[in-house]
Design a protein around this ligand. Structure first.
Ligand code: NDP
Ligand code: OXD
Length: 314
């Protein structure tokens, strides 16, 4: 039996508490802050944007679970204790992200917003057709999520190119590092961002990057799909790029500030598609099961999987 603390002040802690209690008869479940009990008991923490300083108050902590794949919300705490950080990876979560990416790439490829507009205005006007192989999708981030999305898009026969920090040997064209970025961007019609937020990637989706995208492809412009993190993008630059034509559309699941303030010009922008950070959302029970099986693995085998490299920041 282990003692697990739920530390997710931004979500609905009671819902999570109930889900954990229901599915883990072998564990004692505590809830931050009111039902945390004696902090000396806590062995595992499930955290999402924990208040800085709380985790260092847990002397018997064995591991910290990020309740998402991203971990910047944990690494921001300078007092983080030196125990393994496990991030959320799971085949279902990966498939959810691939659905989101594929849905938006297909929307741009099949001119969804144009035909929606035409329907609303009773216009019958077929556009010229093009093949998926004529469209280049540039995948920023070739990790768990980026690679799975890339594979799916290649099944549709899109021309996929990729960009990562380190070199890769894959069956499609890849680029890496700052030196490889301009060549990666120059051929890209639809830019998909599945990067983690680190000091190197913050603000990477900016006007200079948008202006380097290809605008000569069959879509007649360039498109952005960002489901990585909001602080990867400069939102004022997205708006500027859309008005000057460096971008023709943007599908955004994540934002500099979440919830996206009602004053944001993105809400009403005709070329922007907004979802409220749900690209790879899973039901609470599914996430609880993932954590519980990882705890079981640690307790029975000592193996810690999906551990974050703190130096890299992801
Ligand atoms: P991974 O850690 O598996 O992959 C990260 C990828 O980004 C790697 O290919 C890595 O390169 C690349 N990368 C990191 N830093 C740089 C850099 N400075 N320059 C170029 N490439 C870089 O992450 P996942 O695929 O699992 O997830 C990616 C992100 O997606 C998460 O961090 C999270 O922020 C976001 N996310 C969003 C969700 C949502 O619902 N909106 C849900 C889940 C995740 P290399 O391979 O060389 O190491
Ligand atoms: C994640 C997320 O990081 O949902 O998993 O954003």
């Amino acid at each position: 039996m282990s003692t697990i603390l739920i530390l997710i002040p931004r979500w609905h802690p009671q819902v999570w508490h109930q889900a954990f209690v229901k599915r883990s008869i072998n564990h004692e479940i505590r809830l931050w802050p009111d039902q945390a009990g004696d902090l000396n008991d806590i062995e595992y923490v499930c955290a999402w944007h924990p208040p800085p300083g709380v985790l260092r108050m847990l002397p018997r902590l064995k591991a910290i679970f990020s309740m998402g794949a991203g971990v910047e919300h944990l690494l921001a705490d300078e007092t983080l204790p030196n125990v393994p950080i496990l991030r959320m990876t799971d085949p279902e979560l990966t498939c959810r992200m691939t659905e989101y990416v594929t849905m938006n790439v297909l929307s741009y490829h099949r001119r969804r917003s144009l035909y929606d507009f035409q329907q609303r205005n009773r216009i019958w006007k077929p556009e010229s057709e093009h093949r998926t192989s004529d469209v280049t999708v540039g995948m920023m981030g070739l990790g768990v999520l980026g690679l799975h999305s890339a594979d799916m898009l290649r099944q549709f026969n899109f021309n996929v190119v990729g960009w990562s920090l380190t070199p890769k040997q894959l069956s499609f064209q890849t680029y890496h590092g700052t030196d490889g970025l301009p060549r990666f961007l120059a051929g890209t019609d639809i830019l998909v961002c599945l990067l983690p937020l680190t000091s190197a990637t913050r603000g990477i989706l900016n006007l200079s990057v948008f202006r380097q995208l290809s605008r000569n492809g069959p879509l007649g412009g360039a498109y952005l799909i960002n489901a990585g993190r909001g602080k990867l993008q400069i939102e004022a630059d997205v708006v500027q790029a859309l008005s000057e034509g460096s971008l023709d559309g943007a599908a955004m699941d994540v934002f500099e500030q979440e919830p996206l303030p009602s004053s944001s010009p993105l809400w009403a922008h005709p070329k922007v598609t907004i979802t409220p950070h749900v690209a790879a959302g899973l039901p609470t029970e599914a996430l609880v099961d993932i954590v519980l099986s990882k705890i079981e693995q640690i307790e029975t085998t000592g193996i810690v999987s999906d551990e974050v490299d703190r130096k890299r920041g992801y």
